[in-house]
Ligand binder design. Structure first.
Ligand SMILES: *Cc1c(COP(=O)(O)O)cnc(C)c1O
Length: 248
């Protein structure tokens, strides 16, 4: 459903359309360089800090995958967009506390940021009560081993945060579906190295779980190397919506 006419909305729509065309052409060029079909790459518009009206404008422009990183913002935004009659797929991409699982499972279609056995368990329990179909989830992988950052680890001393243990918990729960992996490239790393490492982990996971085909990697600044290394989902915030005033 489109919104009531207003000059401010028209201007915003025009700006989003220009940004969208730029991002799409970057994705197309990256796919051409990697000999991939752009249809294999889903762009998730990360709308954090931006209002529900932007989500509706993006939906009118054909962007139907939307990402948020905080439940406090995402839950009311999803409700507002739904009550306006717009249908989008909500991706939860941020660090998630277990006590938010009950809220997130109500609106999220795909949770990218599952990085512990206990969080997977909390989402599975919540999905059982509050959803009528399985919740798709990705194992968020920590690529540099900095334990204070989000992400499950390869090996390490904490079984709750071990990649294979998290994957096994998800795969063992009827209310979850293990769809693949997600990572954020560490700031101080060459993104090529980060996404090559993620591709290796993704391939390892697919060997055990053939349905785990999603590789969520790449943001506004590094979508090209992510696509070169097999990203199926890129998460684009500032290149599409503008610079955020806060560091989130
Ligand atoms: C904010 C955010 C993005 C988008 O970042 P941009 O650099 O603005 O494109 C992607 N992924 C996650 C997990 C985020 O929190």
């Amino acid at each position: 459903m489109s919104q009531a006419p207003s000059p401010a909305l028209d201007e915003r729509r025009a700006q989003l359309a220009v940004n969208l065309a730029r991002v799409r052409s970057r994705i197309d060029a990256a796919c051409a360089a990697a000999d991939r079909d752009p249809a294999e790459v889903t762009m998730v518009a990360v709308t954090k800090t931006y209002p529900a009206s932007d989500v509706r404008l993006l939906a009118e422009l054909g962007v139907l995958d939307v990402g948020e990183n905080r439940d406090q913002d995402a839950a009311p935004k999803a409700a507002e967009v739904a009550s306006a009659g717009a249908r989008v797929r909500w991706h939860f991409v941020g660090q998630l506390q277990r006590n938010k699982a009950r809220s997130v499972v109500r609106y999220a279609d795909l949770v990218h940021s599952v990085d512990s056995v206990r969080l997977a368990g909390a989402l599975a329990d919540a999905a059982q009560r509050h959803r009528d179909r399985p919740l798709e989830v990705l194992v968020q992988v920590n690529l540099d081993g900095a334990v204070d950052r989000g992400g499950a680890l390869r090996g390490g001393d904490d079984p709750d945060r071990e990649i294979d243990a998290v994957a096994a918990e998800i795969a063992g729960r009827e209310t979850l579906r293990l769809a693949g992996v997600m990572a954020v490239a560490p700031l101080d790393w060459d993104p090529e190295r980060a996404f090559a490492g993620l591709a290796e982990i993704a391939a390892g996971l697919r060997a055990g779980y053939p349905g785990a085909v999603v590789v969520s990697a790449g943001m506004s600044g590094d979508l090209e190397p992510a696509i070169a290394h097999g990203a199926t989902h890129v998460r684009i915030g500032s290149a599409l919506l503008g610079m955020r005033s806060t560091l989130r």
